[in-house]
Design a protein around this ligand. Structure first.
Ligand SMILES: Cc1cc2nc3c(=O)[nH]c(=O)nc-3n(C[C@H](O)[C@H](O)[C@H](O)COP(=O)(O)OP(=O)(O)OC[C@H]3O[C@@H](n4cnc5c(N)ncnc54)[C@H](O)[C@@H]3O)c2cc1C
Length: 451
């Protein structure tokens, strides 16, 4: 057993861990990062980036078809191998196996390869080595795809996001369990590449956490594009014999391949949480506004249960860096967490939904706009589907939530996220200039409802 004394150990190098390690090393601290897989975590290799590369290609296919329907001259033959090749190039890990030292964009962080475990306050073990961190440990162990207790599923060669981003050839048909953001994004992308897709969702609609109006727009587009969506579905059994047979109450879905995109499971067991007084069977790690979870322990990322997004992980990591360096905030605030589902149309949302706001007892007023009726929507034509929904607290005269569905729904969201975050009075927003003819100008229409 070798003992190493350092300033900070970062256990798990997802986006937040990598960011914290880099910034703390830049500030002159001696930092060790422990990672058993790929430096950067799920997002750059199996998550956000490859999935958005697939979606970008699929959206181009859809746009070309729209152009074809206008001009009749574009020949669209989607080629999956180009996408697969691009993802393969992107997925090179920046891990230097020789030196065990990697430079994370300028700062020297020692990377230790292996499975790390907490071993009391400020201590992490990796194999025979113990790292003692004078300042403390940042835990960023992230998540893995959730496994489902469905009869017959285990042992079949079903896919998760990890397999999907490594495909070199497409199946003819694909069943997708889970109509959440990951399932919805990938379903539409594969469908646009010519795969026959069936989405199986237990809840009564896809994109369950989003506003029902937003989910309805996407469900309608899916139906128009030939994606079958089965909601309220209970799966009794899965069989695999060359292809998949997924048994529901009233029918059997047959598909060449099966993608399970039904949530994420946190990496919290087998990392020694009990040695620092925390419950290893919990779904998430409780943190305070400085991301402190226990003595000399900070936690960031999906394991904190504050939103499983790269931007949340990095936001929290920035909070940790400030706390470790003795700076004076700002500390973590989740009123205006924004998120985007990159379907076409995109679904961007921030803050509270109407239901969440009502459940909190707020006096709620709602503003709506239909993008197809806006000037830009009319100009745009094919692919112009979208809505805006604003949720205002009429007592305080501010927006507490907003949803932006449309061709650039995630970009339009930026203005609304600023409004929710900064609590800009609705009266001030109503007095703004909204450039003509943009999609974001439809916000002015929705604001007019908030009288
Ligand atoms: C298909 C898909 C698409 C997504 N798209 C988006 C998107 O568009 N936008 C967005 O914001 N988010 C997206 N996400 C979510 C995003 O990937 C995560 O929120 C993000 O990676 C942040 O996770 P994290 O920081 O908690 O750590 P993770 O990325 O999960 O990384 C944790 C790291 O810790 C390591 N680790 C765990 N335990 C140990 C241990 N004991 N010892 C050593 N190493 C350990 C793991 O190997 C891993 O590298 C997507 C996810 C998926 C799956």
């Amino acid at each position: 057993m070798t003992r190493h004394e350092v300033d900070v150990v970062v256990l798990g190098l997802g986006p937040g861990g990598e960011y914290a390690a880099q910034k703390l090393a830049e500030a002159g601290l001696e930092v060790v990062g422990v990672e058993r897989d790929l430096v950067g975590g799920e997002c750059p290799f199996y998550g956000c980036i490859p999935s958005k590369m697939i979606i970008r290609a699929a959206d181009l296919v859809a746009e070309s078809r729209r152009a074809q329907s206008l001009s009749g001259e574009v020949d669209v033959r989607p080629d999956w191998s180009l996408v697969a090749e691009r993802i393969d190039k992107q997925a090179t890990n920046h891990w230097d196996d020789e030196s065990h030292v990697t430079r994370l964009e300028g700062a020297e962080v020692r990377i230790v390869r292996g499975h790390g475990r907490l071993d009391g306050a400020g201590r992490v073990t990796v194999g025979e080595d113990t790292y003692v961190a004078a300042r403390g440990v940042v835990l960023n162990s992230g998540t893995a795809p959730a496994t489902l207790p469905i009869d017959g599923l285990e042992g079949t060669p079903y896919w998760t996001n990890r397999e999907v981003v490594r495909l070199t050839e497409l199946p003819e048909s694909l069943a997708v369990i889970g109509g959440g953001p990951i399932g919805a994004e990938l379903s539409q992308a594969f469908s646009r590449f010519g795969v026959k897709v069936t989405v199986i969702e237990a809840f009564d609609r896809i994109l369950g956490p989003e506003e029902p109006e937003a989910a309805a727009v996407v469900a309608r587009i899916f139906a128009e594009e030939g994606i079958e969506v089965l909601t309220g579905a209970t799966i009794s059994r899965v069989e695999h014999d060359g292809g998949f047979r997924i048994h529901l109450a009233d029918r059997v879905v047959e598909a060449d391949q099966l993608l399970v995109a039904a949530g994420r499971r946190p990496h919290l067991s087998n990392i020694g949480l009990e040695t620092v007084g925390l419950d290893p069977s919990a779904r998430s790690v409780e943190t305070d506004e400085r991301m402190r979870a226990a003595e000399r322990l900070w936690a960031v990322g999906d394991i904190t249960g504050k939103g499983a997004f790269t931007h949340v992980s990095m936001y929290q990591a920035a909070v940790v860096v400030r706390d470790v360096l003795g700076e004076d905030g700002p500390w973590a605030d989740y009123r205006a967490v924004s998120r985007v589902t990159f379907t076409d149309p995109e679904v961007g949302s921030v803050g509270l939904t109407e239901k969440q706001a009502r459940d909190q007892g707020l006096r709620v007023v709602i503003g709506h706009a239909d993008l197809t009726e806006s000037s830009r929507g009319w100009i745009h034509q094919a692919g112009n589907d979208g809505i805006l929904k604003l949720v205002a607290d009429s007592d305080r005269g501010i927006l507490v939530g907003a949803t932006s569905v449309g061709p650039s729904g995630g970009e339009v969201l930026g203005l609304l996220a600023a409004a929710v975050h900064a609590e800009i009075p609705v009266a001030t927003l109503r007095g703004m200039h909204f450039a003509y003819p943009t999609f974001h100008r439809a916000i002015e229409t929705a604001l007019a409802d908030l009288v």
